[in-house]
Structures are given as C-alpha cells and as structure tokens.
Design a protein around this ligand. Sequence first.
Ligand code: ZN
Length: 416
Amino acid sequence: ANVVLWREEYDRAVKLPAEHVAEEAATGSMARAAWAEARRNNDFAAFLPWLGKQVDLRRRRADFLGYADHPYDALLAEYERGTTTREVVALFDRLRPELAAITAAAAERSRSVPAGLLAGEYPVDRQAAFNREVAEAIGFDFEAGRIDTTTHPFCSRISPGDVRLTTRYRRDDFTESLLGVLHEAGHGLYEQGLPEAEAGRPVGSAVSLGVHESQSRLWENHVGRSRAFWEKWLPRAASYFPHLARLGPADVAAALTRCEPGFIRVGADEASYDLHILLRFGLEVELVAGTLAPRDVPDAWNERFRDLLGLTVPDPAHGCLQDIHWAMGSIGYFATYTLGNLLAAQLVQAARQGDPSLDRAWAAGDFGPLLAWVRQRIHRRGSLLAPKDLVEEATGSPLRPDAFLIHLRNRYLGGN
Ligand code: ZN
C-alpha cells in the first residue's frame, strides 16, 4: 500500500507543471485577502475576478491530472481518493429530497423547544476545564496532545506524539466550545490512533477527508448531542456552571438538537447542515464543467437556497461569500463534509449492530466501546485500504444515505 500511494503521489506531482503550481499558490494568497475584504464589504463584484481565476486554475489542474469522465473527478480525488463525481451526485440526489423534508419538519417541531434554555454566564476558564475533562474521558491523550484557543477551530498533527486541537469560546454559551472540542477531539482521536509503526509513510496517515470528518461528526453529533451523554455529563457541567442544575439531561439534549435553518453553514444545526453542502457541491460541479459562469453564482446560490431551505438570502455575505474554500482554490472539498456525516451514522449503526454491549455502555454514558470499535476498524487501518474499501470492510456495505436519514428521523422526528 505504501508503494502504491507513493507512486500515485509522485505521478500526480509530476503531471503538474511548476509554473501552474506557483500560479495556484500566488493566486491562493491574493484571492484569500480579496475574499476577506469582499466579504467584509458585502461586495461580490470585488471577489468575482478571483473566483473566475480560481475556477480556471482548477479546470486546468484537472486537465493536467487527467480524468475519465468529469473534470471534477480529478479535483474530488485529491480529497477523497477513488470516489467519482457520478457516485457523489447519485448519493446526494437520494439525500436531497429526504433531507429537505426532514429539515422542514424538524424546524416545525423545534418551535416548541424554548430558545435560551442554556442562557447564562460561562467563564472561559471553567469552560476550558470542563472541555478538558470531557476530552480526556472520551479517550483523547493529553500526554500526546493539547487544546488551545483560535478564531476557527482545527486539529493538527505535528507528529504521532503531538496532536493539537483548538476551540473558541463564547461567554454566553458553553456548548460552542464544547462541541468544537468534541469535533476536533474526534479528528484528534483518529490521528492518535493511526498505526504508529507506519508514521511518516502514507499508510500511517489518515485515509481521506471524508473518513476524517466521520470521526469528528461521530463525537460531536452522535455522542455530544445525545441524551445519554448529558445523563452522564450534566451533573459535572452543573458543578462548573451552577445555573444548569435547574435543567435535566433531556433539556440540554433538546437545546442541542434544535433545528433552525439559517444562512451560515458553520452555524447550521445537524439536520440542515448538509443542505448547505449539497448546494455548494452542485455549484462547484457546474463551475468546473463550465455550465455555470462565475458571475452567475450569486443568483444560482440564492435561488437554490430558497428551494432547499426556504429562506431568501439577504446579501452575499450571508450567501456565496461566506466560506473561504473557493478563495483558497479548495474546489472539490465541500462534498467530504457530507460524506463524513453519512459515514459517521453508518459507523455508529454498524458498531451498535456488531457489539451488543455497546448500547448498554452508551446508555450509561460510557463511550469507550465505541472508541475501541472505531480504533480497530478505522484508526488502526490507516491508509492500508482505499477509502471505499475501508468503509465496506468496517460497515459491511458501501456508503449509503440510509443510516444517516434513520438517525435524523429518530432524533428530530421521533417520539422523544
Ligand atoms: Zn472537521
């Protein structure tokens, strides 16, 4: 597997002329600065030349790399090896109508959940202490990692013994930093669980962005927003934040599973999140195919946003200018967020079916068996298999939307 991956990496590298790589790097730097200013000024016209340039560069990149069916395949493959545009389109086509219907119904039901249930003062040092306790309990190894503060949370592995997470804090809401830590700790657990003997070689690294994201979403959404998690952790949270003592675990879980569609992807709830991704993926494929012109992006965005989420986008900052990805040239990346969500649900389903003790442990707020399961089937496998083969080996079937849709229906439209 190492030789195959080295070969692929080498072949890809030598297909790209040095001038093209230099132009991508230079454009990325300048486009990022232009995007930040355009977003601040809510001015799509100022970003348009850079978007056009990035799309053009990515199309040329696809031509250099080569593809069998669609130029977008070449871009997607850099984030999700072996997955084709056609496969993602088919998955997303199945997901779209169901997800839109679940989101609409969940938003309706969420109206009965009072807003501001968790309102209060949350001193940052207490949030940090609570988050650390939780991260340690789910298995993050602080002898081989740490948590720091940034404006945009991320996880980064410096070396096998040094995995760094970051989060950000709000003084009026402790769940943003906590869910940020659970998300990044999910990435971190994967990095800490990779086969150490293979460190520095391809097999010792994460297999794909989609699989990476499945690990973060698993801890953030399936664990962190579950009632079982709060059965265990609410008393500890209340020892740090005494006003929470008036609430029950069901209240906290209800507050964290409120569905309230909005304009901004990073602030989206679990049910509506993937509609934001489906929108971006569709536009990207058309931009790369040349069937959508960069100047028509705002209109296409706004029209599809209304269809999918029923909301009218007020301005570009709340629409097509909100994300940094296109400015960075990361076209082909967005799909991996949804692939990760689908896989997280499929993994949890397979783990529960495969290990009968897991449900009992889960109900008691013990997620050790879940970690052991993903450690063995995902983390320890590194990049030994192609992502698709890994998914099939771990869950017994190719990636499907079914487990995710069942999870959403149970959680957002179920009886409790
Ligand atoms: Zn992530």
